[in-house]
Design a protein around this ligand. Structure first.
Ligand code: AKB
Length: 408
């Protein structure tokens, strides 16, 4: 399949591109930033902005994707700082992409929604089709995106489908979300030896390890349309408390110091989200099932983050240095009150198999055919040429480019 990924330079896109290529798809990224050095050979890249009609139409007209996977978004924490921009990127960006899909005959549209699309006060676990009254700009724009996609599905027969992602955890810098505290427990815990999470220790939201999230997108995109009884699906994997995550890191990174200091704004965002999602509709319709729990994710992620920072396996945490004053004495090992710690599940999932619902085709190593960039339609009034880059044949790196807030 020919797939166009918006927000392709972000946390999801960075890991998704190599996976899609390995599965024999043709992939092009579309992002405001230039192609990352780690872009695998075989991928194409278009620089452009989802909020400009000319740029959106131009990339869809040139690349002619069979499927658009829409990842670009302003996430929750950044969305509360710059709500007007979140509105523009998340609402206008989604509308323009749906409209370009209609105009240029794109068959399928994959939408990435979120737990943030739900508001407070719902019965847990939160079901697939409940009242959605989010209290953040990010959340309300995602609900609107879901509804608009369903409208295009009914009115224009666009094959619109999507998942509601939990907070996503991976060895790639996240970009402006509230669930980012989880990623930084691993990143800063390993590279600095310490991290103060901006949440209360008992904070709980649904989380998912990136390999599960990517597999969900691939499996949903490949599911036969007749089996899908919904446009949007809850997917779920785990819902650990913040201090349980800290304990999982501490078990693997001796001496790490992970503490909690709740930030009023971000805590309020977290508190408005569900603690647990019911993903039974996705299980029933397309056989969804997460493979990573907290223990399995931590084993894999700690190894990846260590490799990313060049730290050897099993190393103790570095002793965190204060900004000024005397060098610290060695820290006691991280502890949390026993009452606060649930044991990691006794049975960690066995090594997750790759997605195998279709034949894996070896990705081509040759550079793809170059599509000569055409002059762009005007961006408001001024014209800006769509920058098009063909990937250099560099190996996929594990480190994302510097995070921006504009990608999911
Ligand atoms: C965020 O924190 O905003 C995102 C999300 C849960 O959708 N990671």
């Amino acid at each position: 399949m020919r797939i166009l990924l918006t927000g392709a330079g972000g946390q999801v896109g960075t890991d998704l591109i190599p996976l899609l290529l390995a599965r024999g798809h043709k992939v092009a990224g579309f992002d405001t930033v230039k192609a990352p050095a780690s872009l695998p050979a075989g991928a194409e890249w278009f620089v452009g902005d989802v909020t400009y009609e000319g740029e959106v139409n131009d990339v869809v007209r040139q690349y002619r994707p069979e499927s658009i996977w829409h990842l670009a978004a302003i996430l929750s924490a950044t969305g509360e700082k710059i709500p007007h921009k979140a509105w523009r990127v998340n609402m206008e960006g989604t509308r323009l992409l749906l409209e370009a899909a209609r105009l240029f005959g794109t068959r399928q549209f994959l939408f990435t929604s979120t737990i943030a699309a739900f508001g407070p006060g719902l019965a847990e676990p939160v079901g697939n089709d409940v009242s959605m009254r989010p209290t953040t700009m990010y959340g309300l724009t995602k609900v609107a995106g879901e509804l608009l996609g369903e409208y295009y599905k009914t009115k224009w027969k666009l094959d619109f489908r999507g998942v509601r992602f939990p907070g996503l955890i991976s060895a790639v810098e996240p970009g402006g979300g509230t669930s980012d505290y989880v990623n930084y427990m691993y990143f800063d815990g390993i590279r600095k030896g310490a991290y103060e999470a901006f949440v209360r220790a008992e904070s709980t939201i649904p989380l998912m390890y990136m390999p599960d999230a990517l597999r969900a997108l691939v499996e949903l995109a490949e599911a036969p349309i007749e089996s899908l009884r919904h446009g949007m699906y809850n997917i779920a994997a785990m819902s650990p408390r913040a201090d349980e995550i800290a304990a999982a890191v501490a078990k693997r990174v001796p001496g790490v110091s992970l503490t909690f200091k709740s930030d009023k704004v971000r805590q309020a965002i977290l508190d408005s989200w569900p603690k647990k999602l019911d993903d039974s509709e996705a299980r029933r319709d397309w056989g969804w099932r997460a493979q990573y729990d907290l223990g399995a994710m931590s084993d894999d992620l700690v190894a990846k983050v260590r490799a990313m920072y060049g730290i050897k396996a099993g190393a103790a945490a570095p002793v965190a240095r204060p900004a000024s004053g005397p060098a610290p004495s060695p820290r006691p090992a991280f502890t949390v009150p026993a009452a606060n710690v649930a044991p990691e599940p006794a049975v960690a999932p066995s090594s997750p198999p790759p997605v195998v619902t279709r034949k894996v085709v070896t990705p081509k190593t040759a550079a793809p055919k170059t599509i000569a960039p055409k002059a762009l339609a005007p961006k408001a009034t001024a014209a800006k040429p769509a920058a098009k880059v063909t990937a250099k044949p560099t190996p996929a790196a594990k480190v994302a480019p510097k995070a921006t807030s504009k990608r999911k």
